[in-house]
Design a protein around this ligand. Structure first.
Ligand code: TTJ
Length: 683
């Protein structure tokens, strides 16, 4: 494949065919890349399981973990399964942070076990005096022993992380650890957390070699499923590498032939993270602003750069763990940049005396930033314990950023001017948006007048209600005829909706299709968003099973993600799956939703000339009865729930920017990377 800069002009030109291919591949890649989808039958109550006092037993050691795995790793879903890997890797990253480990290798073995190898000091093999057992055995068999003995360092103690290697051991059918130390290799094996044999010498190695290797097999009787996802690990390990500059992380998948290998190694750390996040946007200035320092035992690192979009993409981390709800470190960052830019703008007469100050929102328009703090004893607050509470983190970030950003602006007047000018435009646009929004609120949100095109349902209990967002007036007509009037509402959209990735708020509020959706949902948006006002508990995007349909679905998801992310996060958003084929044979009818399914049906009924196969190109080709039967009937349809994992926020954000932005090359790269998942629909 040709890949050089001289060709980039040519690459920008795309044929219609390529654009079409992309449309569909993009939605599939979006699903594969970060927005998971799952099938309708989700029972949120099933995971819990209540237990009364009489059932509470005193459990010893690791048996407690096996009895209540969710308490230690959050869940036994795919997410919990992957936590096992992060738990082991985090121990190795701690070594890297201590400056004694430079390379971590994570391998998915053919049998779906995981091997983590690192070149740190090696877990101590000497006898731990409290227990009389080798320290390594204590690490793997005693709950909350943690991985470290003495010596400060920034340990992870928030959320679900830092529960310790013993939890991984307890939830594995077997686990083996090998430590290289002073020319010897020490080894121990455990099964379901129990020691199989005492720590033994199992070979020799070069005398200067040190390190730890852990291999574990997740227990299939604990987890819903035990197949590791390469992509999930890739996203997380790439992030870990960005957050730990100079650490090299290699990920290999031995289940594939040839073996897949990815290496993540960033000398620039979070500076490169910002470059990566901005890869699909035009930067406003070439520099990455970087601030680093230590105050009050809080180590602060911030990297940022504005792009020419209107979205803010700031991500914060505490001890390498993402904090989706922010906290004191983020408020310190925000107050520092608001203060510093206003000071600069006033001093340089960009803001006149009478001008109102820039708001934080104005300054953060188009800002991509990583805020990373390391702190010895992080305190997490809030309902989900994800919000940093330490007040010293606020003052530390504020101080480091104020000081170094002031210096940067003085040294880089062109970048400073570009940011101030963008912020001023944002200020004006925001004023216009406020007016537009107030109009929207008056004409639509505050009044009870629902959009004219909405065919609402009669039931008023949102839990029972669903709304189909349907592509095109004609399919909308069939859907209105087909629907179950009591609980199903239909909102037809004309043509493609506005790409919110490329528009400022004032234009967005002026868009009729978007206004109709906002009013129909009932929740409002942004700071006015109130999920308790949601009028339907299922928002179902129903588009043609072709390239345009996929593009419209992606536009819809982009709008929802940017304006009402909570709807996706809480699982209210679904994709309908209309069939691709109809097969008629001797007055009987089958519908197939994939090529494989069609092949399966044909194998069953026989391939002969009495088969009448119809390939559906759009919803419009089905009459109301067919549409009901195949796509809308709650008893027969398949819905895909769109969801995302907050741990992957930065990736999801960049994915939308990539899919909906102007740059062709990053989009092509993204789709190619996820092509494995996309190719089967690209026919
Ligand atoms: C503790 O202080 C003395 C030197 O060794 C320190 C230590 O614990 N090092 C250590 C732990 N290196 N590597 C680990 C480790 C690596 C993996 C992959 C998994 C676990 C549980 C620990």
């Amino acid at each position: 494949m040709i890949n050089n800069d001289n060709n980039s002009k040519l690459d920008m030109e795309q044929t219609q065919e390529e654009t079409d291919r992309e449309g569909r591949a993009a939605l599939e890649a979006l699903k594969a890349g970060s927005l998971g989808d799952s099938v309708d039958t989700v029972d949120p109550g099933a995971a819990g399981g209540d237990y009364g006092a009489d059932q509470i037993q005193i459990l010893e050691g690791l048996q407690a973990v096996r009895k209540r795995p969710g308490m230690y790793i959050g869940s036994t879903s795919e997410k919990g399964l992957h936590h096992l890997v992060y738990e082991i890797v985090d121990n190795a990253v701690d070594e890297a942070l201590a400056g004694v480990c430079s390379h971590i290798i994570v391998e998915i073995n053919r049998d779906n076990s995981i091997t983590v190898t690192e070149n740190g000091r090696g877990i101590p093999v000497g006898i731990n005096h409290k227990t009389g057992r080798p320290a390594v055995e204590v690490v793997f068999t005693v709950l909350h022993a943690g991985g470290k003995f003495g010596g400060g360092g920034y340990k992870v103690s928030g959320g679900l992380h830092g529960v310790g290697a013993s939890v991984v051991n307890a939830l594995s059918t077997w686990l083996e650890v090998e430590i290289s130390h002073e020319g010897k290799i020490y080894k121990q094996r455990y099964e379901r957390g129990d020691v199989c044999y005492d720590l033994k010498e199992a070979g020799t190695c070069a005398p200067e070699k040190t390190g730890t290797k852990v291999t574990f097999m997740p227990d299939p009787t604990i987890f819903e499923q035990t197949v590791f996802d390469f992509n999930t690990l890739k996203i997380r390990l790439r992030e870990t590498a960005f957050l730990t500059k100079n650490l090299k992380i290699t990920l290999r998948d031995f289940r594939e032939f040839p073996v897949i290998e990815r290496v993540f190694h960033y000398e620039g750390g979070i500076k490169e993270f910002v470059t990566y996040l901005n890869r699909s946007n035009e930067a406003l200035y070439p520099q990455i602003i970087y601030c680093e320092g230590k105050r009050d035992n809080v180590y602060v690192e911030v990297a940022m750069q504005h792009n020419d979009s209107y979205n803010e993409s700031c991500f914060s981390f505490v001890n390498n763990i993402i904090t989706p709800e922010g906290g004191t470190h983020v408020s310190g960052f925000r107050s520092a940049i608001t203060k510093t830019f206003n000071n600069y703008a006033r001093e340089n007469k960009i803001l006149k005396e009478k001008d109102p100050s820039l708001t934080g929102d104005d300054i953060r328009e188009g800002l991509t930033a990583i805020i990373s703090v390391k702190i010895e004893e992080p305190q997490f607050e809030g309902q989900t314990k994800q919000k940093l509470g330490n007040s010293e983190a606020r003052s530390a970030v504020d101080s480091v950023v104020s000081e170094q950003l002031t210096y940067f602006l003085e040294q880089n007047p062109q970048a400073a001017k570009a940011i101030c000018e963008k912020s001023l435009l944002a200020q004006r646009a925001r004023e216009a948006a406020r007016k537009a929004r107030n109009m929207t609120r008056k004409s639509a949100l505050e009044s009870t007048t629902l959009p004219g095109k909405l065919a609402d349902c009669t039931d008023t209990n949102p839990e029972n209600c669903e709304i189909f967002i349907v592509e095109g007036d004609s399919a909308g007509g069939s859907a209105k005829t087909a629907r179950s009037r009591a609980t199903q509402a239909i909102l037809p959209l004309r043509g493609k909706i506005l790409n919110v990735e490329k528009a400022r708020e004032d234009r967005i509020y002026g868009n009729a299709e978007i206004k109709a959706m906002i009013t129909a949902f009932g929740t409002g948006i942004h700071e006015d968003f109130d999920i308790s006002k949601l009028r339907y508990h299922k928002i179902i995007i129903m588009t043609d099973a072709d390239v345009d349909g996929a593009h419209i679905a992606t536009l819809m998801l982009t709008f929802l993600y940017r304006f009402m992310p909570e709807l996706i996060k809480q699982g209210y958003v679904y994709l309908a799956t209309p069939p691709l084929y109809k097969l008629e044979k001797r007055n009987k009818v089958w519908y197939a939703y994939t090529d494989e399914e069609l092949a399966g049906i044909l194998n069953e009924v026989g391939r002969d000339s009495s088969n009448k196969i119809q390939r559906y190109k759009g919803l419009g080709e089905m009459d109301a009865d067919q549409l009901w039967e195949t796509t809308m009937d709650p008893d027969k349809r398949v819905l895909k729930r769109v969801s995302y994992d907050e741990d992957n926020l930065s990736e999801i954000n960049a994915v939308f920017a990539t899919l909906m932005g102007d740059k062709v090359e990053p989009r092509r790269e993204f789709i190619e990377e996820n092509a494995k998942y996309a190719e089967n629909i690209d026919t």
